[in-house]
Design a protein around this ligand. Structure first.
Ligand code: PLP
Length: 412
């Protein structure tokens, strides 16, 4: 559920007419609903029957510091995958003891930062990463907390590019033998502590059976690890829950958590989840203006540099006109100004629109702005946060100076 609704034929975000935002900040602009974000966190938290669980919001899906602040105030922890994301979470006021650092390629400096900040866990993905963290922890005279990310070799369905838990994927460790060897190594290290087991099998997952199997595997593995004398503090089932982009039906966080709790009953470890998309996805829209109409094309001012998902994953998004007029709907292909045929928002899409209209590309809160770029020397769009009747800019539209500020003109 989200808070983007028509009132008297005008599209509102909470109590704000989206035309007012377009007028004040221009287009393309991302707009986020605070109430929607807060509601999603509540849905996750209230779904747990067990106590002492932790929802670590996946920062990669939407990383604006003002958004992270809202989620921090709601009690979320954070799942980060880079030093930049870690710094963002800390700037938002996050407690390092609620931060998990995932990713296959953590750099030296990122590990130093995580150790110095004493984060909850590095979710390690290889044996060589363990050795590197140990060496750095020893130099820092600290103990680093580690969870082993295992790869259950499960195909979670959906797009090829967002499956992460299959045999041969670069993520996690598949071999139980190697996991036990690493667990043993960590237990015997002065500078490492084994605190958990983790996995993340993919994104936009709509089949809960893959979570059930993963939970079963992680539980069995945790039992074996405990038998060799390693008590664990948490089991982290990752993120990945799918959301409806068109009118498709997707499982709810309640259904997901009920399956996980059923599979993990009788365990003492706390459960951690790392949802991204299912918290931020439908909390955001992208406003864009129809610049031109040509043949069957609506040419809008947002492009693949603003929203990469259609070009990258052939993703579908609903598109709504800010004014729900009585004009007859027609089939349009909605495209941006970038010089690539993959630069489209939607193909053969039924909508009414005339030149100058403002459209809302829905469910773009996750993997929207964070994937934007300056391709074609376009300026990244503005980000705006709505809270009830108020709206505020939370990232200014880039300027030409922003675009070239790191370039060095050798002729000067
Ligand atoms: C390790 C990890 N955790 C959590 C997530 C969040 O996934 P989603 O946004 O699908 O919930 C991702 C995204 O791919 C991830 O790589």
């Amino acid at each position: 559920m989200d808070y983007f609704n028509y009132k008297n034929d005008k599209l509102f975000c909470e109590d704000v007419d989206l035309q007012d935002i377009a007028k004040e900040f221009g287009t393309p602009s991302y707009v986020y609903s605070k109430k929607t974000l807060e509601r999603h966190v509540d849905v996750y938290k209230n779904a747990f029957k067990t106590k002492n669980n932790l929802v670590c919001f996946s920062v990669k899906s939407l990383s604006n510091i003002s958004i992270l602040k809202i989620l921090n105030e709601k009690g979320c922890g954070f799942d980060v995958v880079s030093g930049g994301e870690l710094k963002r979470a800390l700037l938002a006021g996050a407690d390092p003891k609620k931060i998990i650092f995932s990713g296959v390629g953590k750099s030296h400096d990122e590990i130093v930062l995580g150790i110095q900040k004493e984060i909850l866990s590095f979710n390690i993905e290889s044996e060589s990463e363990v050795f590197r963290i140990e060496e750095i922890a020893s130099l820092e005279n600290q103990t680093a907390n580690l969870a082993i990310r295992f790869n259950p070799e499960i195909d979670s369905g959906g797009h090829e590019y967002i499956k992460t838990g299959r045999k041969g994927d670069k993520f996690g460790i598949s071999s139980n033998k190697l996991i036990l060897k690493i667990a043993d190594y960590i237990n015997n290290s002065k500078h490492l502590k084994l605190v958990g087991l983790a996995c993340h099998i993919g994104s936009q997952i709509t089949d809960l059976e893959s979570y059930r199997l993963t939970a079963r595997n992680i539980k069995n593995l945790s039992i074996t690890i405990k038998e060799i004398g390693s008590p664990l503090e948490f089991l982290d089932l990752g993120g990945g829950l799918g959301i409806p982009y068109a009118k498709d039906k997707t499982p709810s966080p309640e259904e997901l958590i009920s399956i996980i709790e059923e599979e993990l009953k009788d365990i003492e470890e706390r459960i951690i989840l790392e949802p991204g998309r299912s918290i931020s996805g439908n909390a955001g829209i992208l406003l864009t203006k129809v610049e031109y109409i040509k043949d069957k094309f609506l040419i809008v001012d947002a492009a693949m540099n603003d929203l990469l998902r259609p070009a990258l994953y052939s993703a579908s998004h609903e598109v709504w006109n800010l004014t729900d007029s009585a004009l007859k709907k027609e089939l349009w292909t909605i495209v941006g100004p970038i010089c690539e045929s993959s630069d489209f928002i939607a193909k053969d899409y039924l909508i009414n629109a005339v030149q100058g209209d403002i459209l809302a590309i829905k469910t773009t809160g996750a993997y929207g702005f964070v994937m934007s770029s300056n391709y074609n020397s376009r300026l990244r769009s503005a980000e705006v946060l709505v809270d009830g009747e108020e709206f505020n800019i939370i990232r200014s539209r880039e300027s030409f100076n922003d675009l070239i500020k790191n370039e060095i003109n050798l002729n000067d």
